[in-house]
Design a protein around this ligand. Structure first.
Ligand SMILES: Nc1ncnc2c1ncn2[C@@H]1O[C@H](COP(=O)(O)OP(=O)(O)OP(=O)(O)O)[C@@H](O)[C@H]1O
Ligand SMILES: [Mg+2]
Length: 494
């Protein structure tokens, strides 16, 4: 261990009942570097950082921090040493203010009461250091994901963190917000703070990381300087094989119009939305975060009601006031926020997947055909390569990317006419992404229709037959697959 070594992980192993999450992992991180940590879904990244932040205890192995052997039994231990973590699923209290979250558990007091003046002033100072504008008195619930991310970073900074660990921080950020985050990281790095940065967006590692460590199936594979790597190298290290086609676009004859939306409006969210979606078609919806895409999806699925406008399925007007109405019309949604809307974390993979399909699998007497159910779920699990010891595992115990695959499996098995996908491959590794794209392809080949919202331009361009661009709640442009380019889409979206 050299003098420049801030963190040394030596022989760390961790099992969860029957699952080997980490197997004898060792590597070092130097002071002041930005180290990327990558690997497929379920490779063990989050488990490792949960050990480093005192949430899980390793079964064996040693951790050295600042050349001292440390024992991280609780999150408090990690925090006291100067290890701060921004988790994959953010941990703020939505009903409290920004300041209260930043100084949670350490609120300044004066004569026995909380000194709000000092609290807000301190918080203000931290944000100044970060170079971002957020009101200390704002309630966290009212903030978007990007700002919540910065609140977490502010919290880390205010604790005097030497090591900041970020688990997929850009998965819900727009390109501009991500750039903003990168410049904050660069600023903090130049003041000597060290980062461990987990991401599935390999392109961004070339902008932000100095070096990269790869895990595969819980084992250490390699650490490389980023300047010695190409994208293909990284993929090969992660997956152990080459990935040929990331966007396997299948050619499908378009059929009858299945969904027709006519002049749909919802005040403050979107205006004059009209489009037609045909059988066999993938209609991409592009735009910046906040363009109204998710709001439109929620409305088509009956989570919110339109103020005016009409929705037709197979030529028949339908009134959709709640998700059950949408499902009865054959419209399903894979939501953006899987934790809030897509999954029951405390239920098994099997029950989550079959929730959407129960009615199809019911026998005459109203009993569930459990053999059919098990077969269907097992089929989906293996097709999507969902990493789980069995379909009895609780969904909450799966890695983030594997949870995403469960949400998708659930809706596809229900075999709807129209599948609305809101960021379908968020947090999903490159290999699984290709799998999901193949599954979407197979779905339209069988006559399904897909409305696909995605912030990833390569995904939009690679998968869509047609592309709608939304900006400020309106459709501002429509492109055919052959005429669209990244530049054209971006310039419309702005
Ligand atoms: N609490 C738990 N109980 C049981 N198994 C778990 C638990 N936490 C993680 N695992 C398992 O450990 C393995 C590693 O999961 P981990 O969350 O570390 O993966 P990851 O690399 O972060 O993946 P992703 O990119 O999908 O977020 C997975 O097989 C996961 O299902
Ligand atoms: Mg993870």
């Amino acid at each position: 261990m050299g003098n420049d070594c801030l963190l040394a992980i030596a022989g760390i192993s961790k099992r969860f009942s029957g699952v080997k999450a980490l197997d004898n992992v060792s590597f070092e991180v130097e002071k002041g570097e930005v180290r990327a940590l990558i690997g497929e879904n379920g490779a063990g990244k989050s488990t490792l950082i949960k050990i480093l932040s005192g949430i899980h205890t390793a079964d064996s192995g040693t951790i050295f921090f600042d050349n001292t052997k440390v024992d991280l039994k609780t999150p408090r231990d990690a925090q006291d040493l100067g290890i701060a973590t921004v988790h994959q699923e953010l941990n703020l209290v939505p009903s409290l203010t920004v300041s209260e979250n930043v100084y949670m558990g350490r609120l300044p007091h004066k004569s026995g009461v909380i000194d709000y003046k000092q609290l807000h002033a301190e918080t203000e100072r931290v944000f100044q250091k970060l170079g971002v504008k957020i009101e200390p008195t704002a309630v966290v619930r009212t903030l978007g994901v990007a700002k919540r991310q910065f609140v977490e970073i502010a919290k880390a900074l205010s604790q005097g963190a030497k090591l900041v660990i970020m688990d997929e921080p850009t998965s819900s950020l727009s390109a501009g917000e991500a750039e903003n985050l990168f410049s904050v990281i660069k600023t903090l790095q130049s003041s000597g703070i060290t980062f461990i940065y987990i991401s599935h967006k390999l392109e961004e590692l070339f902008k932000i990381a100095d070096s990269v460590t790869v895990l595969r199936d819980g084992e250490f594979v390699a650490t490389r300087d980023i300047t010695d790597c190409t994208m293909d190298n990284l993929v090969e290290l992660m997956v152990g094989r080459e990935i040929t086609t990331l966007f396997p676009k299948v050619k499908v004859e378009l059929g009858e119009p299945v969904l027709h939306v006519d002049n749909l409006n919802r005040v403050g969210e979107f205006e004059n939305i009209s489009f037609t979606l045909n059988q066999g078609e993938i209609l991409g919806v592009s735009g910046l975060v906040g363009a109204g895409r998710t709001e439109l999806a929620r409305c088509l699925y009956g989570i919110s009601k339109p103020d005016s406008g009409h929705i037709y399925v197979n030529g028949q007007e339908c009134i959709i006031h709640k998700p059950l109405d949408a499902v009865n019309q054959g419209i399903c949604l894979v939501p953006e926020d899987r934790k809030l809307q897509g999954l029951v974390l405390k239920m098994s993979v099997q029950h989550n997947v079959s929730l959407a399909t129960l009615s199809r699998l019911k026998k005459l007497l109203g009993l569930i055909d459990s053999k059919k159910e098990t077969d269907a779920v097992n089929g989906a699990v293996s097709k999507l390569q969902i990493k789980t010891p069995s379909i009895k595992q609780l969904v909450g115990n799966l890695s983030g990317g594997n949870q995403q695959k469960v949400v998708l499996a659930k809706e596809v098995l229900a075999n709807p006419k129209v599948l609305i996908l809101d960021e379908p491959t968020r947090g999903v590794d490159v290999g699984a992404k290709a799998e999901i794209h193949r599954l979407i392809g197979a779905f339209v080949q069988k006559g399904g229709a897909v409305l696909m919202i995605s912030s990833e331009l390569p995904e939009i361009l690679g998968m869509s037959d047609r592309i709608l661009v939304m900006s400020k709640g309106r459709i501002v442009q429509e492109f055919g697959a052959d005429e669209a380019t990244q530049e054209k889409i971006l310039s419309c979206a702005l």
